[in-house]
Design a protein around this ligand. Structure first.
Ligand SMILES: [Zn+2]
Length: 341
């Protein structure tokens, strides 16, 4: 029988604390549940030199990026798994390009949210201290890059890269629309008719005389991940001494294996998600809630400063109350503001 301990655990050392503590009492095994103690996390964070941050759809969802999965997640009458396949593209490249054209256009109206910005700011700040941050993302929307993250491994590719079906050339492409024939196409309404764009008018390769058909450079259902990217991911996971799992349900393989593998070698893993996941109990920390709310205070030193000021404010109020008896809120506020100035 496994009992989940309701108290947070203390760290013996940053690198060995990731191992789940178990304690045998007769036939009972008590298993510590992940800590939600922010101060405890920050202690581990402050000692980390190589931080790997694995992000998923939850981070993009907070920017309003649709996933076209689950209930209500339709483009026309299809979901992502119906169109994001090599078979669907072979059958109807015009329809699949309409779908991706729509997704690219939608991204022009979306912006990085506080979670993206906190990660980017963290990378910039830590790099000045000789520490590294890598983002390993399943998202294809490039919001991490737009937020300012430099070291990003996009394991599922990008909406803004194309790959030639003929010569294999991969290139960034931010044109809107990506080709003239897609102008005004891609409407998501279920009653919209297919545009049936002729093959030669779909996006074509511009390398020399190639002129091959381009496809979105994303990993479709049934395809394997890029082996070069996977090698880089493995390298980063081997050297990281802290791993954050942000906005991902930890159910899509192989990404779902990354963090549990890191945790298995005793490295602290912190999960930031709106709910617990199948992997939560393997991790040292779990912070529940929207990651745009939970992540910034975990990574941002400004947050610490504000809290220190709050502590000073409260302690000053208590001191004034002790010395002068009743004290007005006004005096407290003046006292607080004097700390800020
Ligand atoms: Zn080509």
């Amino acid at each position: 029988m496994i009992l989940r301990q309701l108290v947070s655990r203390r760290l013996a050392a940053p690198l060995c604390g990731g191992a789940r503590e178990t304690q045998r009492r007769g036939t009972l095994v008590e298993m510590a549940r992940p800590s939600s103690d922010l101060a405890e996390f920050r202690q581990v964070f402050s000692n980390a030199k190589h931080i790997a941050i694995i992000t998923g759809a939850g981070v993009s969802a907070e920017s309003g990026v649709p996933t076209f999965r689950g209930p209500g997640g339709y483009w026309r009458k299809w979901q992502a798994q119906d169109l994001a396949t090599p078979e669907a593209f072979a059958r109807n490249p015009s329809r699949v390009w309409e779908f991706y054209h729509y997704r690219r256009e939608v991204m022009l109206t979306k912006n990085p949210n506080p979670a993206h910005l906190a990660i980017a700011e963290c990378e910039a700040r830590l790099s000045r201290q000789g520490r590294s941050v890598v983002v390993i993302t399943q998202n294809i929307d490039e919001l991490h890059r737009r937020a300012g993250s430099q070291h990003v491994l996009e394991i599922h590719g990008s909406l803004f890269k194309t790959r030639c079906m003929n010569c294999g050339h991969v290139t960034a492409n931010y044109k809107s629309p990506i080709c003239a024939a897609l102008e005004g196409k891609g409407a998501p309404d279920p009653n919209t008719n297919d545009a049936n764009i002729p093959m030669e008018k779909l996006p074509r390769c511009e390398q020399g005389m190639c002129h091959g058909l381009l496809r979105p450079n994303v990993v479709w259902f049934g395809e394997t991940l890029d082996s070069d990217i996977l090698t880089q991911v493995e390298k980063e996971l081997e050297i990281c001494d802290l791993c954050l799992v942000v906005g991902t349900s930890s159910v899509v393989y192989p990404a779902a294996m990354f963090a549990p593998q890191v945790a298995a070698r005793g490295v602290p893993v912190a999960e930031f998600n709106t709910e617990t996941t199948p992997a939560t109990m393997r991790f040292m920390f779990h912070f529940q809630g929207p990651c745009g709310t939970t992540l910034p205070p975990a990574l941002d030193t400004t947050w610490l400063s504000i809290n220190l000021l709050t502590c000073l404010f409260v302690s000053r109020c208590i001191l004034l109350n002790v010395v002068f008896g009743n004290i007005s809120h006004f005096t407290c506020v003046v006292s607080f503001l004097s700390h800020l100035s």
